[in-house]
Design a protein around this ligand. Structure first.
Ligand SMILES: Cc1ncc(COP(=O)(O)O)c(C=O)c1O
Length: 464
């Protein structure tokens, strides 16, 4: 049976090969379904069960599955030109895709460096920042500042930039970890703080950190303009971004927005930073929704002024084999067609509001719905006791249980503990942007059933 071959987690060395989850902790405790086909917002497993792709995988499948236009472009491009290496050849696909991206991103982001995924793109942005400052004579600048908690990827460089304390004990001796400032978390505030006063304190911590490190040693601040899995979609205010922009400019620190989750229209604008015209970053990183799961794709957006200036000096001579692959470019272009033709940025805003309202209504009926936050269709539902805000003991494995109940009720949900759950437990409410209103209703119904089962399990375990 195919099912047995692909699911077996207990091979014990007897089988050849394995599915990727074989590497993850057996402690995850979830019966991961074997998916054999997908269409729109739905996926089907080998047993014929249908699921809603409730978090778009890891917030990636923004335009849904099996889009015929994208598939056709992919096929046609593969027949026409499958590969040409950017160090030895230029392609029309590279130019046309990046031209479109740059126009969508707007002035200040005229140049686009293509990568093969999110972590690679973040890594490239950090290296580009360093190469630029080095070339213009600010070579003492090497230090990165980022938020705790935060997430920027899994390469050695990007996990070190991420705000997750669990990485340090394992990889701490192998990578240079960034300098952390607190993220302005809103749900469990320190005593005597309001969300606004804490946010101001967190913004001020940036200046204090730069001064403590020595302003001429600080290279960049990297931040998610709308958080993802690490913060449960923390969405700081315009005032916060204006303040950090001002501080970075004052000290010559490069401001990088990691929009790997929030970009490509998910929060209602092409990049989330479009919301704050006075807080424009220097560099932006995109991934996930830009290839929408059809191709591995990441991007760094940079100002023409810097790229062209650098080109006259050292240049930025970094390349990975799959960068600017013509098939990826053609597919990226086709994904943009779908985003524009189906007005998906506007839909992200509308459906996001609809789901948020639905979950707020659910919160009046359910005890385990603590908070719903985010922007557009980048939302997270925080699981905790809604009155006491207390989390459940780690041994209860709240997220695993929720995901398992989700599967029972036809939802593939993405949730994973970060920072050992120190900041909370949440699940990503991030369906594909193509979701219709009827499908949102189905989603909410299935989610409520899932949470009902979750609450029953809490009661059985004596936690509710
Ligand atoms: C904000 C952010 N940055 C970087 C990454 C890393 O992207 P990838 O998983 O494509 O390497 C992610 C992935 O979840 C992310 O959410």
């Amino acid at each position: 049976m195919i099912e047995q071959k692909v699911t077996g987690n207990s091979a014990g060395g007897a089988e050849w090969g394995c599915t990727q989850d074989h590497f993850y902790s057996v402690d995850s405790g979830i019966d991961t379904p074997v998916i054999q086909r997908a269409k729109g917002i739905y996926m089907w497993d080998t047993a014929g069960n249908r699921y809603i792709d409730a978090s778009s995988g890891p917030i990636c499948s923004n335009i849904g599955h099996a889009n015929r236009h994208v598939a056709r472009c992919m096929y046609q491009q593969a027949l026409k030109l499958d590969f040409a290496y950017p160090r030895v050849a230029r392609t029309i696909e590279n130019k046309s895709f990046t031209e479109r991206i740059a126009r969508l991103a707007g002035a200040g982001f005229e140049r686009v460096f293509m990568a093969s995924g999110g972590s690679e793109a973040v890594d490239i942005a950090l290296k580009f920042a360093r190469q630029y400052k080095h070339a213009i004579g600010e070579s003492r600048r090497t230090r990165i500042i980022s938020l705790m908690p935060s997430y920027h990827g899994m390469t050695l460089g990007t996990l070190a930039a991420s705000g997750d304390a669990t990485f340090q004990p394992v990889f701490g001796k192998m990578a240079v970890f960034s300098n952390k400032i607190p993220a302005p978390m809103t749900f469990r505030l320190p005593a005597d703080k309001t969300a606004r006063s804490y946010e101001r304190e967190c913004a001020a911590a940036l200046e204090a950190k730069i001064l403590a490190l020595g302003p001429d040693s600080v290279l960049a601040l990297i931040i998610e303009p709308v958080g993802g899995l690490a913060t449960g979609c923390l969405a700081p205010s315009e005032e916060y971004f204006n303040t950090i922009r001002t501080i970075c400019s004052r000290f010559g620190v490069i401001l990088i927005y990691d929009e790997i989750m929030s970009g490509a229209g998910r929060t209602g604008t092409f990049i989330a930073s479009h919301r704050w015209p006075n807080a424009k970053p220097d560099l932006v990183v995109l991934g996930k929704g830009i290839g929408a799961g059809y191709v591995p794709l990441g991007l760094m957006l940079a100002p023409a002024a810097w790229v062209d200036e650098l080109r006259q000096m050292t240049g930025f001579n970094i390349a990975h084999t799959a960068n600017a692959n013509p098939i990826s470019c053609a597919v990226g272009n086709a994904v943009l067609d779908v985003i524009e033709q189906q007005n998906l940025m506007r839909r992200a805003e509308q459906r996001g509001q609809y789901l948020r309202q639905g979950i707020k209504a659910m919160q009046t009926r359910r005890t385990a719905v603590g908070d719903i936050r985010g922007r557009g269709l980048l939302l997270a539902l925080e699981l905790c006791h809604k009155y006491s805000r207390q989390q459940w003991p780690a041994g209860f494995k709240a997220l695993q249980r929720l995901r398992q109940f989700g599967l029972k009720h036809g939802l593939i949900l993405y949730a994973r503990r970060n920072n050992d759950g120190q900041y909370g437990d949440w699940v990503m409410i991030t369906p594909p942007l193509i979701i219709t209103q009827n499908e949102c209703d189905e989603y909410l119904l299935r989610l409520e059933r899932t949470i009902q089962d979750f609450e029953s399990a809490l009661k059985t375990a004596g936690h509710l």
